[in-house]
Design a binder for this molecule. Structure first.
Ligand code: EPZ
Length: 417
C-alpha cells in the first residue's frame, strides 16, 4: 500500500546482485571444497536456490549477508519438478551439474514469464561440448561421457547461455571459445568466482570468452557485485518523486545508461566513487526522452518497466523500445488503470506524460511490480494497492523498509484478492 506524493530523501544501500547470486550459487557446486559468498542479497530467489543446493546434498549455512556452501558430498539428483520450477535461473544447474558429474536432469525453468524465454542456445552449447540433450516430459536430461572443449558461436547474445556454457566448459577437456558472448557485469562476476575456484577463463566482459578446462576446482571466498538493477530502480524512484537520494554501494560505471537517460530527462546525477546521487527537486518539467533497451552496456531491459513509470512524469511523448524482450509490457495495462496514457506498438511503448492517480493494480512479474511501486510513489490522490508483491520479493530486499527510511508512506498488508 502506498500513499504517494512524498519526495524521497536520504541514502539507500544497495545489496549484492540477484542475477549474479543466482549464477554464483550453482557455480559453487563445481568446487569440491567450501565456497563462501559475501554480499548476498536477502531475496526469495536466493532462499529457494539455497534449498535446491541442500536437496542436492550440499551443506549450506547463512550468516548475515554471507553464505557458506560445502558441496563435497553433492550428488547429481534428478530434479524434474518442484523447486526448480520456481526460478528462471535453475537452468544454471544444467551447466554446473554437467560440468561436475557429466549428467543433469532438470525441469524446464519457471520464474518471471513475461514472454516465452527459450533456452535453445544453452542446449546448443551443451551439445557442442559433447553432451546429449533430451526433453523428457518437460525436464531436460543432459549427459556426457566426456565433455570436450569446442568453439561455440551464440546466434544471439544471451546472458544465461554464456554463463551456462562457462560453467560446463570449466570442467571440460581442452579449450572452449564462446563467440558473440554476453558482456554483462554478471558474466564477469561469475568468471571471477570460477577463476578463484581454479578455472582458467579469459575475456569475460568481451564478446569472445576463452576457457581452458581444468580437472578439479576448489573452494574460495568471493564478494558479489552490487545489484545494478536495484540501484537503477532507486535512481528512477528518486527522479520520479522529485527527491534527492544517494544510492550507495554501487559501481557507477555499471549505471551509465540509466545515468545518461536521467540527465537527458532533466535530473541532476552526480557520480561519486561508489555511490550515485540523484537530485531531482527542481520544478522544471521533465523532457520526454526515447529509450532503447539493449544488451549491456545499453539500457537494461530489466529497467524498462520502471522507466515506463518515470516517463509518465515527463512532458510530451516518449518512445521506449525493448530489443531484448519485445513483449515485456505487462505493466502497461496496470499503469493504464492508474490513468497512464501508453500505447504499445510492436516492441515499443509510446508514453504520453501526465499525472497518475491511485488504483488497485497487480504485479505480474518482478520488474513490472517495481514499475507499479514507482507509479504509486508519484500519485497524490490516495492509496495505491499493489498485489502480487511476492514477485517483488524475488529481487528487492527490504524494499518497504528502504523506501520508508527515504520518507515514503508505504506499508504491507494482507488483502483478500
Ligand atoms: C537474464 O535472463 C536475466 N535473468 C534477466 O533478468 C534479464 O532480463 C536478461 O538476462 C536480459 O538481460 C537472470 O540473470 C537470472 P537472455 P536470461 O538469455 O539470461 C533470447 C530480471 O528481471 N534467448 O540474455 O534468461 C531471449 O528470449 C530477469 O531480473 C533465446 O532466444 O536472458 C531474449 O530475447 C528477468 N534463446 C534474449 O535472447 C536462448 O537460448 C536475451 O535473453 C536464450 C535467450
Amino acid at each position: 500500500m502506498i500513499r504517494g506524493g512524498n519526495p524521497l530523501h536520504g541514502e539507500v544501500q544497495i545489496s549484492g546482485a540477484k542475477n549474479s547470486a543466482v549464477a554464483l550459487l550453482p557455480a559453487a557446486i563445481l568446487a569440491e571444497s567450501e565456497v563462501t559468498l559475501d554480499n548476498l542479497p536477502a531475496i526469495s530467489d536466493v532462499a529457494v536456490y539455497s534449498e535446491i543446493l541442500r536437496d542436492l546434498g550440499a551443506v549450506v549455512e547463512r550468516k548475515e549477508d554471507a553464505i557458506r556452501i560445502d558441496p563435497s558430498n553433492l550428488q547429481s539428483v534428478a530434479m524434474p519438478n518442484g523447486k526448480v520450477k520456481l526460478l528462471r535461473a535453475s537452468y544454471y544447474l544444467m551447466g554446473a551439474l554437467l560440468g561436475r558429474f557429466g549428467e543433469a536432469v532438470i525441469g524446464l525453468p519457471g520464474g518471471c514469464n513475461f514472454e516465452p524465454r527459450p533456452i535453445d542456445q544453452h542446449i546448443k552449447g551443451f551439445e557442442a561440448l559433447g553432451a546429449t540433450v533430451t526433453n523428457e516430459h518437460g525436464a531436460m536430461r543432459i549427459t556426457a561421457k566426456e565433455l570436450r572443449g569446442a568453439k561455440i558461436y551464440l546466434d544471439l547474445v544471451s546472458v544465461g547461455a554464456t554463463i551456462n556454457i562457462m560453467l560446463a566448459a570449466s570442467r571440460a577437456k581442452g579449450s572452449t571459445i564462446i563467440e558473440n558472448a554476453a558482456k554483462e557485469p554478471e558474466i564477469i562476476d561469475v568468471a571471477t568466482l570460477l577463476n578463484s575456484m581454479g578455472a582458467k577463463i579469459k575475456g569475460a566482459g568481451t564478446e569472445t570468452i576463452r576457457i581452458e578446462g581444468v580437472e578439479r576446482m576448489h573452494g574460495c571466498r568471493h564478494s558479489i557485485i552490487p545489484d545494478r538493477i536495484q540501484a537503477g530502480t532507486y535512481m528512477i524512484m528518486a527522479a520520479a518523486t522529485r527527491g534527492d537520494v544517494t544510492v550507495e554501494g554501487v559501481i557507477p560505471k555499471h549505471m551509465e545508461a540509466v545515468t545518461a537517460k536521467l540527465r537527458e530527462l532533466g535530473a541532476t546525477v552526480e557520480e561519486l566513487d561508489d555511490a550515485i546521487r540523484i537530485v531531482a527537486s527542481g520544478d522544471a518539467p521533465y523532457q520526454a526522452v526515447d529509450v532503447k533497451a539493449l544488451v549491456y552496456p545499453g539500457f537494461a531491459t530489466d529497467l524498462q518497466s520502471p522507466m515506463t513509470s518515470l516517463l509518465t512524469q515527463a512532458s510530451g511523448v516518449s518512445v521506449l523500445s525493448d530489443y531484448i524482450y519485445g513483449n515485456r509490457f505487462k505493466h502497461v495495462p496496470e499503469l493504464a488503470m492508474m490513468g497512464a496514457n501508453i500505447r504499445v506498438e510492436g516492441r515499443s511503448a509510446i508514453i504520453e506524460g501526465g499525472p497518475l492517480s491511485a488504483a488497485k493494480v497487480h504485479a505480474t512479474d518482478l520488474r513490472a511490480g517495481a514499475a507499479l511501486v514507482i507509479a504509486g510513489l508519484t500519485v497524490t490522490d490516495g492509496i495505491t494497492e499493489v498485489t502480487g508483491v511476492e514477485y517483488i520479493d524475488r529481487g528487492y530486499d527490504n524494499l518497504v523498509e528502504n523506501l520508508s527510511r527515504l520518507g515514503a508512506d508505504i506499508w504491507r498488508e494482507t488483502v483478500s484478492q
